[in-house]
Design a protein around this ligand. Structure first.
Ligand code: ATP
Length: 270
């Protein structure tokens, strides 16, 4: 499946404050089996873009399509993982993962078998009967991932799923996501504030700048392919090419962050 965002703009209107141009003329393709990462400072419209892809909000202008069919709402072809897990505290780990399958009408043995398989895939074998509040942040995000995969969406939309984790857990989770991407061949759209994370994960990285939120730069990368081939994350992250690009993007984000303050006022006034 291919998800295409064309010339998408979103303006938030409210009664008490001026309209905010949160996303300005963004175009983006999530190709089949691609791993596209949106990177940018707070407020540059990343979540707005993801919400439009997920069908949670309507665009002010432009379009989102999946295989040429316009997105008009959420659908089983797109699974979503949020920064803060949205697990049900009254359900066990297994039942959280199986929940969507229950809604889809699968009988108990089938949905539990599928949920067990997914929990093994994310490294949570043995925790099926645990309550979600007994788990660490990293484990909870593993459950969220398994839950998003349960209905077998071709596209995964991930809104800073590792943002709340400590740095060691975060690195382990990055490697898990690379493994999942390589083994399931899903298409992924992933949001992060971390330049290193974006470079490590993405086959394509789009850099966004705030006020108004727009895509200012695109990079096609192969670091993630190198990680899949070498299984040596530390080596990939310390590669001089990786480090040079990390610095280039850091400068780019700092420059445009400063410049965009002026544009912000223009965007609001205009
Ligand atoms: N419902 C809303 N009403 C009004 N303004 C909003 C609304 N949601 C977001 N905004 C504004 O739109 C802009 C883009 O927000 P968005 O959440 O998409 O950015 P982001 O890049 O995901 O930020 P963060 O990294 O902090 O999550 C911000 O200036 C934000 O304040």
């Amino acid at each position: 499946m291919t998800l295409i965002v064309s010339n998408a703009s979103v303006t938030y209107e409210s009664k008490d404050s001026p309209p905010v141009l949160a996303l300005a003329d963004a175009s983006l393709t999530i190709p089949r089996q691609g791993f596209v990462v949106a990177l940018g400072a707070s407020g540059c419209g990343k979540t707005t873009l993801l919400n439009a892809m997920a069908g949670f909000l309507s665009l002010t202008a432009g379009s989102v399509t999946v295989d040429d069919v316009p997105v008009t709402g959420p659908g089983p072809d797109r699974g979503v993982v949020f920064q803060k897990d949205t697990l049900y505290p009254w359900l066990s780990v297994l039942d959280n993962v199986a929940f969507g399958l229950k809604l889809a009408g699968l009988d108990r043995p089938k949905r539990e078998a599928k949920a067990r398989e997914l929990l093994a895939l994310v490294g949570l074998e043995g925790f099926e009967k645990s309550a979600t509040y007994q788990l660490s942040g990293g484990m909870r995000q593993r459950v969220s991932l398994a839950r998003a995969l349960a209905t077998n969406p071709e596209i995964l939309l991930m809104d800073e799923p590792l943002g709340a984790l400590d740095s060691l857990t975060r690195e382990t989770m990055q490697e898990l996501i690379v493994d999942l991407w390589a083994s399931t061949r899903k298409s992924i759209f992933f949001i992060t504030h971390s330049i290193e994370e974006a470079l490590f994960l993405g086959t394509e990285v789009v850099v966004m700048s705030p006020r108004p939120g727009r895509i200012i730069r695109r990079y096609t990368l192969d670091f993630v392919h190198r990680t899949v081939a070498s299984r040596d994350a530390a080596r990939v992250k310390s590669d001089p090419e990786f480090i040079a690009l990390r610095e280039e993007i850091r400068n780019l984000i700092h420059q445009t962050g400063a410049e965009s303050d002026g544009r912000h006022l223009l965007a609001r006034a205009g």
